[in-house]
Design a protein around this ligand. Sequence first.
Ligand code: 13P
Length: 251
Amino acid sequence: MARKNVAAGNWKMNTNISQGIELAQTISNAGRDKEVLVILAVPFTHIFALQKKVKTSSKVILAAQTCHHKTSGAYTGEISPTMLADMKVPYVVLGHSERREYNHENNSLLAAKLRAALDAGLKVIFCCGESLEIRKAGTHISYVKTQLTESLFQLDAQEMKNIVIAYEPIWAIGTGETASPVQAQDMHAAIRDMLRKKYGKRVADNTSILYGGSVKGSNAKELFGQADVDGGLVGGASLNGQEFVQIINSF
Ligand code: 13P
């Protein structure tokens, strides 16, 4: 089984429900040049309406942008992985740098969230990536290795089938500054090598690794053309239906 091409949109805290429906319809109605798994990580408030109004099935599937690490309890404002599974949401994004920064999510909390999400039957897009300071210091590969080792690598080889990794350098998120195709490829190859060492060739070859950080219609083709880049996790450009369709058709 070869790994999949994945185009994932992360809407973050954007759009109202009617805008979300229109956007998702544009994406699900568009033609596809190739087989691509399209995932939309939408606000919790949109999930029910999108399931009703958009043909989510095989053309577009939904993800939540985070979940709690417990299944239920006195955690005001939180959404548990079992609630998402109950709503038949297949994916959840965990470890996004914005959650790490603004919600103080560290590697050990993310390990607990990963455990809870997989136990609930969800698949996970797991994000990693370094700050500009770390990139400048030249320690980005070992930094990402620590992020993966302290959270993701608690999983066994069988569970890794339910994981998509997204490498998102923080300095490229929402800045308009994209990692060069060579920078992306170097990190993706390093991550695949970590997977090979930890789990063996089969898991390494079959795990999709996405690049995120200012992916646009104009640069997606070159990024996705790199040997170890299996697609993108797209923020800003995923809010424009036509542009996201262009990104989906960049494989
Ligand atoms: P941008 O594409 O807006 O840089 O955001 C990337 C991102 O954070 C996706 O999760």
